[in-house]
Design a protein around this ligand. Sequence first.
Ligand code: PLP
Length: 478
Amino acid sequence: MSPDEFRKRGREVIDWIADYYERIESFPVLSRVSPGEIRAGLPAEPPETGEDFGAILADLDEKILPGITHWQHPSFFAFFPANATGPAILGDLLASGLGVQGMLWATSPAATELETHVLDWLATLLDLPAGFRSDGAGGGVIQHTASDGALVALVAALHRVSGGATEADGVGTTARGAGRYTVYTSAQTHSSVEKACRIAGIGAGALRKLDVDPATLAARPEHLAELLAADVAAGHTPALVVASVGATGTGAVDPVGGLAALAHSYGAWLHVDAAWAGVAAVCPEHRGMHAGVESADSYGTNPHKWLLTNFDCSAFWVADRAALVGALSILPDYLRNAATESGEVFDYRDWHVPLGRRFRALKLWTVLRWYGAEGLRAHIRQHVALAAEFASWVEADSRFELLAPRSLSLVTFALRDSDQRDGDEATRELLQAVNDSGEAYLTQTSVHGRYAIRLAIGSVLTERRHVEAAWQSLASRA
Ligand code: PLP
């Protein structure tokens, strides 16, 4: 593609995206295709000769769009949001255009230094503890996802608790010789922690689930204390405790400080998973959820969920970068270079799972600069206020009830019914009917064994009228 052709097609693509956002409300939120339908519309064989870009764009409309669930639709209230915005798209496009691979500082110094710098900026914006900043022993890095963050936290924890033995011997040998490495987190915590245990080779059997407070659904430190004592008595080695700030199901917030004190008294690492909620700390009024974070060894939150930045961009900080780099660094001859050997630079290949890395800092930079702290705060505040209003409508309607306290912009509720089984079925049918209508898309969770609907507000395009319409859609079918 010549530069002139690229210019022409590039303009068409940007127009396509801008038009898409202008007409996004004309689509049903949830794709209606059946399994296999999209593939059936595609040629069985790849093209032998190159095709016109116009034909590719036409097929995007005709063949691909029907199979899209519109995550940027203002009536998308499912899972957690995955924000996409103009400045982030343009930042990502610039990164694609530069096409650098920032595995080492030396392979593009700006890619590394901008990343370190914007993660320091973000730490300031979220008022994270000074220990996470790069000018001390800590520092930030962009992981692909929060799941990667949990995995590297676990690998660093295993490295530290084993005194480096895991590096040489694998995870079969614990620091105490017998027993196994163990990991602790609440039943509310995201499944990525169990996945990390499997990937790291300590197995899902390493994971202990903490009881939660029945009202707040936050992990109980007393239960952690019991489990740690019992595991150590049985010859196991506690490696990691994961505290959630904004757990996936209901947005529960664990008592980070209490869990961290216990973790540290047994030599274990404390990771905070604030994948969704953490970015809300751009607003001072939401920083209470971060109480105790100063005792954490690592902390992760996803600008690619609720902070206006296209997937993927998961911010991850460590208090002691030497523990992380020690766990992940291998320096083969072909990567040796003077900057690495000087010890003066960060080589981000040592901070995450793969070697190669995209220049993701560019889109976070464009987002932070375009919106400014004020713009970021307005984005979060608008959604939290809408969720508070929605929760008040649920509470005022005797047919519904909240099943957990509202957490920021997440509301968890169900139809009220004296017979739980009938109530669960009715709530499930209600959710299905709303999703089938195409008017909105919401997902479910379970709270104390009850089927619950989650409404997670976070799309950039969502206005009050969309939340009101979602409530009408639910209430009129209840
Ligand atoms: N942690 C929490 C609390 C989440 O809600 C999620 C996803 O929703 C994850 C982790 C996993 O996120 P990712 O897709 O970035 O791995």
